[in-house]
Each structure stands twice: as structure tokens, then as C-alpha cells.
Design a protein around this ligand. Structure first.
Ligand code: ADP
Ligand code: MG
Length: 686
């Protein structure tokens, strides 16, 4: 079947299952095969009872010496299986799985794989999966994919459907020329997809991944090069002059601009009053005060009688920017007439704002993607600012730009990347960097701890709350799912647990699956100080500014890339109070600790990212991810930085050798590039 075939054709996928896949955006073979695993479970050699460690997920083999229960405790029916290997014994605890009692035989040998929990003085194995010896042998050492799921859809069902699709799919011919595959040691696209979904060993995952990352970079860079030739050296269609507005604003602020802010502001002012259209990237670590510099640009724009737009990656962030601007406008008598435009607004409200924009009654539009929707017609859009660029594709940036005649473009990014990579990734932009943080900041106090530190942390929470401060707790997962082996904390259960630990605290939780309006409400309550503790997934990572929050605790810190942890840490230490960051690791091996301790010793995002890269072996490709830089699906600009450089020079050569891809050997490639460009164009109209 060709890749556009509906997944309903697959054996075992009926209407109901197809509906569930639909929720994940999977409709045809291609969607399904591009639903890459997020991680793999490795079934490792069993360990003996005396070697188990709290917090670790491990497999234990032993003889069952007895079963007790089930006993009722609250909403749980608890069953305990007693396991023995040699002289040591271990309690294996199951919740609401009374049937286990019927399956296990006293005296029989079994393997149990699950999480080791410290309970008082003893260790127990909690809710493990149970295997027979032969069953486990088969799983041993081959990676089993984990997929992003939705309620009702299990990893098993996804795996089965994927395997059926792999067997049945008819692929287009390989589009990369043979000599590239050889030169860069790449497998075909088809092979790569099958290795990713069905690897025999970890190195297969690496091989498949390498090809997929390579092509992601390749198409991205081709597109970028196309844009570059378009965007640089365009004449300045909105020439501005510096008025007293910006100067007065700077002087009225309660703080002084840092040297980096001043320099960046100069760059912007010169660009917008110069001969060419601005295309500039502001790179600055979290908390370096990029927003303020961008606002100066927008103020200059408004003072010149033009419109500006500020685009944020999330509604929460857009609302926050809007409030800041409204406050500044009121307090300092600025000439902004701002309007908010986000997807969750009522249609009538949106229409109202569209009208105001078109008539020019608004001179600063702050919003999310809704901004780039067709309906928005600007009167005279002269400056477009994009916050936290790494969440957007290049194409979206361009789409908004095309709204005006030829507006100036300013992009803000807190992604710490070395200059060489920045030149590749942002080749179509000029760079300004803010290297320092405002002087009045107290350095954040950090610690890396094991899970047994939690009680002390909660006590610390209590003290901070008593002082009126607020706290973030980050968990890697949204909620527990069927596949859960308990290795990762999830925000839903964690918030519940925390409520019973700290009954007096006001606790809420937030995740990316919630409706935008719900997320806004929760975030607003936190920003207003109505919530003490916000338990969240990493949706919080992007740009939120709540200066009263002083504690950031990250659970399963070992599962995050250091650059991402650094971003998370940037959510605190934004005000005058001493702030703290607690990284909780459920693994305490030397390597994990060494890696996490880099965060302890450095506050420099660039340095942290490169150290992370140095310490992580190529084996750790999945599992630990940096944040979703530039919306790559497989590729990671840190882990794959060498690949990025390779691809970049390949594209350079190609553009010299055959810029229009007219040679016969590039025929299939041209078709792919065209369809990639088309797809990114479609993205902009969503
Ligand atoms: P980011 O660069 O991470 O986007 P923000 O722009 O959100 O940082 O700024 C963080 C905080 O620092 C804001 O509350 C802002 O008002 C404040 N700030 C910005 N510039 C300065 C400065 N020069 N001195 C002191 N505080 C500043
Ligand atoms: Mg910011």
C-alpha cells in the first residue's frame, strides 16, 4: 500500500482504534510510520536482591515463598508477594491486581521488573511486571519502543500497527544519491524508519536516527538558504528615526540597562533607521532581559506611527507580555496602544481586535500563532518580534513577515548555542548577544539530590511558603499510563501526593494537554500569587516570568538535557529574593551525578550545553532530550551538532554544484525538497 493509505486498512485497526490514532494526528501509513518512539525500554540482566537500589527500575529473579492479601487500604487492594533468592528476601507489592494471586505459584521461579521503593527501613518492589524465564530471555537486551499514547491506546497496539505498516508499506524510491549514503555512512530512509521502530539492538536505533536527523537538517538548511538569499539586503521599507520616547523610558526605569542590553538596543535602533531591512537575532541567557530590549524596538516603531507585533510561542507567555506592556504603558505614559490576540479568545473578541488592527487603532499586537492567521490585516506593520524563536519554524517567521510590506524582523532566543552553530541555524539573521545578567540578581543556590531528600525539600517548601514565596515542581510526565513502570514522576499524581504532604499549601498542576484557556487561568493564578506550588510538565519552561517564585524543583532531573534544566532554572532568580534550585535524580550512579553537577558549578548556558555534549556518550540518544529546538522531530542540535555541520557543508556544495537540483542524480531529491517546502507553507496557514 502507498503511504497515503488510511490506517484502517491495517489488520487489527478497526474504527475504534483508528479513532484513537486520530487523536494523535495519525490517519495514514505515513503518519503512523513517522510516529517515532519517544524512548526505548531496555530489559537488562536481572540483579540479585542484595544489589537493588531505591529509586531504580530493575529486574529481580527469585522463588515465591508466599503471598499475602489482598488487603483493602483506601482505594487500593494491596497484594504482597514474598520473593527469595538465596538468603535474601524481598516484598513485591501490587495494587488493585488481585488476579496475580492466582497466577503465581508458591515455590515457582519468576522475574519481576519494577521500581524499587524505600519503605521505612526496607526496600520493596512496587507494581512490577511479571515474566517467566523464557519470556524474559526473549526481551533481554533488545530495545522495546515506547510511544506517545492517548487514553485507550497501548504501546502494544501501536507497535503492532507499526509493524504491520512496515511490512505492507510501499516506499518511494530512495531520494538521496547513492554517493551521499556512502560518503556520510547513511542507511536508506526506508531502512532508517524500520530500524527506529524495530531495532534488534541499541546501535540500530543510532543508525536509523542518524539518517533521519541528517535529512531533517538537510531540508531545514535548504529552506534556510533559500530564505537567506531573499531576506538579507532588502531595502528598508519602514525607515524610522529615534524619538525622545525610548530615551525617556530608559531613564524612567528603576534599573540601568546592562552593557549587553545597551549594545543590542543600539544595533536595533541603527538597523531600523538604516538603509536595509532588519533581520536580527538577540541571543541572551534566560533572565538577561531580552523582552525589555524588544519593547524598546516596538516603542520606537510606535513612536514613528507604525504598527508592531510581538509573537510568543504559548498563550500563557503572550498574556504575560501583554500585561507587562499594559503596565509599562500606564506607569511610564508610553505611546503604546496594545491589543492581545490569542486563539482562546471568543470569535467576537477576535473580530473586534482584527478591526482595530486594520484601522490602525492598535499599534502593538501581542499574541500567538493566531497572529499569522489570514484574517489579520495590518494597516502598517513595520516590526515583527518573535519571542523564544526555537519554538517556531523558519517558515512561520517568514509567514508573519509577509503580512506587511517588508517589516523588520527581530527574534529573541535563550537557546545556548555556540556561535558556529548559530551561524548555520540562523544564517539568515544578524546576531546580537547579551552576555550578562542584570547586576542586582542574587546567584541561584543549586543542589543535586537523591529521592530520599524529598522530605527535607518539602519542609523547605513550607518555610518558603510561610515567607510568601512560590514554588515550581517539574515532572517529566503528564499522567501515569498503562505502560508505566513507575520510573518517571507524573504531574497529576505528584500534585495529589504533594497535597497530602503539605495540606495547608495551595497546589495546582499544569500540563501541555490542557486547553489553552485552562492553562492561562492556572498560570494567571500562579502569577497573581493565588497558588503556592505549581506542579507542571515542561510547558512551564518557555519564558514565564514570576519574580516571586523562588524554588524550582525538578523530579527525574536525570531525564532532561542540561540545557533544558538550565532553562527551567531560569524560571527562578528573577526577583530580589534568594532563589533555589533542587534537581532530584532517581539515579545516583557516578556518571549521572557528574553530569547534573555541571549545573551546580556553572550558570553559563553555553558552557553547560557543551559540557553536556562532552559527557554524554552517543549511546544515550533517546531518553535524554534537550528541548525541542527549532521543532526538529528527531534531530537535536546539541547531540547532533557534528551532523549539523556536515549537512550544512553538504548543502553549500550542492548549492554551488546544482542549485536548482536539475541533474539527473538529484531528480528524486528535487521532488522531495519541493514537497517539503510545500508542507512548510501549509504549516503557516494553519
Ligand atoms: P529573558 O531574557 O529571559 O526574556 P526577561 O526579559 O523576562 O528575561 O527579564 C527578566 C526580568 O528582568 C524582568 O522582570 C525584567 O523586568 C528584569 N530586567 C530586565 N532588564 C533589567 C536590568 N537591566 N536590570 C534589572 N532588571 C532587569
Ligand atoms: Mg523571555
Amino acid at each position: 500500500m502507498n503511504l497515503g493509505t488510511s490506517i484502517g486498512h491495517l489488520k487489527g485497526v478497526g474504527d475504534k482504534t483508528a479513532g484513537l490514532f486520530g487523536k494523535l494526528g495519525i490517519y495514514n501509513y505515513r503518519d503512523l510510520l513517522e510516529h517515532y518512539p519517544t524512548d526505548y525500554t531496555i530489559f537488562s540482566e536481572p540483579v540479585s536482591i542484595q544489589d537493588i537500589k531505591p529509586g531504580a527500575v530493575c529486574t529481580v529473579r527469585g522463588a515465591v515463598s508466599g503471598v499475602s492479601g489482598p488487603v483493602k487500604a483506601g482505594r487500593y487492594n494491596i497484594l504482597t508477594v514474598f520473593l527469595k533468592d538465596g538468603v535474601n528476601s524481598l516484598e513485591v507489592v501490587f495494587f488493585n491486581q488481585p488476579y496475580i494471586k492466582k497466577i503465581v505459584k508458591t515455590g515457582g521461579y519468576y522475574l519481576f521488573r519494577g521500581k524499587v521503593i524505600q519503605k521505612g527501613a526496607k526496600l520493596i518492589l512496587q507494581s512490577p511486571k511479571m515474566y517467566r524465564e523464557d519470556e524474559y530471555r526473549q526481551l533481554l537486551n533488545s530495545p522495546v519502543p515506547k510511544y506517545a499514547l492517548t487514553a485507550g491506546l497501548s504501546s502494544k497496539t501501536v507497535s503492532k500497527a507499526v509493524k504491520a505498516a512496515l511490512a505492507d508499506a510501499e516506499w518511494d524510491e530512495e531520494c538521496f544519491p547513492e554517493k551521499w549514503l556512502e560518503k556520510y555512512d547513511l542507511v536508506s530512509h526506508k531502512k532508517a524508519v524500520s530500524l527506529i521502530h524495530d531495532p534488534a539492538r541499541l546501535s540500530d536505533v543510532a543508525t536509523g536516527r542518524r539518517r533521519l536527523a541528517f535529512e531533517e537538517f538537510f531540508y531545514f538548511i535548504v529552506l534556510l538558504r533559500k530564505n537567506k538569499s531573499l531576506s538579507l539586503s532588502l531595502p528598508n521599507a519602514y525607515k524610522m528615526i529615534e524619538t525622545a520616547d525610548t530615551k525617556r523610558f530608559i531613564e524612567a526605569l528603576p534599573f540601568k540597562l546592562t552593557a549587553g542590553q545597551k549594545k543590542t538596543w543600539r544595533d536595533i535602533a541603527e538597523d531600523m533607521s538604516g538603509d536595509f531591512c532588519m533581520n536580527r537575532l538577540i541571543q541572551g541567557d534566560v533572565g538577561s532581559g531580552k523582552t525589555l530590549v524588544a519593547l524598546l524596538g516596538l516603542l520606537m516603531c510606535a513612536a514613528n506611527g507604525f504598527q508592531g507585533a510581538l509573537m510568543a510561542p504559548t498563550e500563557v507567555l503572550a498574556v504575560q507580555h501583554f500585561k507587562t506592556v499594559r503596565e509599562y504603558t500606564r506607569q511610564y505614559g508610553l505611546c503604546f496602544k496594545p491589543a492581545l490576540l490569542i486563539g482562546s479568545m471568543k470569535a467576537s473578541e477576535k473580530r473586534e481586535v482584527y478591526g482595530q488592527i486594520e484601522r490602525g487603532e492598535v499599534n502593538l499586537v501581542i499574541g500567538t500563532h493566531a497572529l499569522i492567521q489570514e484574517k489579520v490585516v495590518y494597516k502598517n506593520l513595520a516590526l515583527v518580534v518573535t519571542d523564544e524563536q526555537h519554538r517556531f519554524g523558519v517558515r512561520q517567521r517568514e509567514a508573519l513577515a509577509s503580512k506587511g510590506g517588508q517589516p523588520h524582523i527581530l527574534v529573541m532566543s535563550a537557546t545556548p548555542i555556540p556561535r558556529t552553530l548559530a551561524i548555520i541555524l540562523y544564517g539568515d539573521l544578524q546576531l546580537s548577544a547579551i552576555h550578562e545578567l542584570p547586576a542586582d540578581r542574587l546567584p541561584i543556590k543549586n543542589c543535586v539530590v537523591g529521592v530520599n531528600y524529598r522530605p527535607s525539600a518539602y519542609k523547605f517548601f513550607r518555610d518558603q511558603i510561610a515567607m510568601g514565596r512560590q514554588i515550581y515542581v517539574i515532572c517529566p510526565k503528564v499522567e501515569s499510563d498503562e505502560e508505566d513502570d513507575g520510573e518517571l514522576e507524573n504531574a497529576t499524581d505528584y500534585a495529589e501526593k504533594l497535597r497530602s504532604e503539605l495540606p495547608e499549601a495551595r497546589i495546582e498542576y499544569l500540563n501541555g494537554r490542557m486547553k489553552a484557556s485552562e492553562k492561562n487561568d492556572i498560570m494567571n493564578r500562579f502569577a497573581d500569587g493565588q497558588t503556592d506550588i505549581l506542579v507542571s510538565t515542561t510547558v512551564i519552561e518557555v519564558g514565564i516570568n514570576v519574580p516571586n517564585a523562588t524554588v524550582m524543583m525538578v523530579e527525574n532531573a536525570e531525564r532532561f538535557g542540561l540545557a533544558q534544566l538550565h532553562q527551567l532554572r531560569g524560571r527562578v532568580g528573577r526577583g530580589k529574593h534568594q532563589s533555589y534550585c533542587i534537581f532530584v535524580s532517581s539515579k545516583d550512579d557516578e556518571k549521572t551525578m557528574e553530569r547534573l553537577n555541571i549545573l551546580n558549578n556553572s550558570n553559563d548556558g553555553f558552557k553547560i550545553a557543551s559540557e553536556d555534549l562532552r559527557l554524554r556518550g552517543p549511546g544515550e540518544l533517546f531518553g535524554v532530550r534537550q528541548s525541542g529546538e527549532l521543532a526538529f522531530r528527531v534531530a537535536d542540535i546539541y547531540t547532533d551538532s557534528e551532523l549539523l555541520e556536515l549537512t550544512s557543508s553538504l548543502v553549500d556544495e550542492l548549492m554551488k554544484d546544482d542549485p536548482k537540483l536539475q541533474k539527473e542524480e538529484h531528480r528524486l531529491l528535487r521532488a522531495e525538497v519541493e514537497s517539503y517546502v510545500e508542507r512548510s507553507e501549509m504549516l503557516q496557514s494553519i
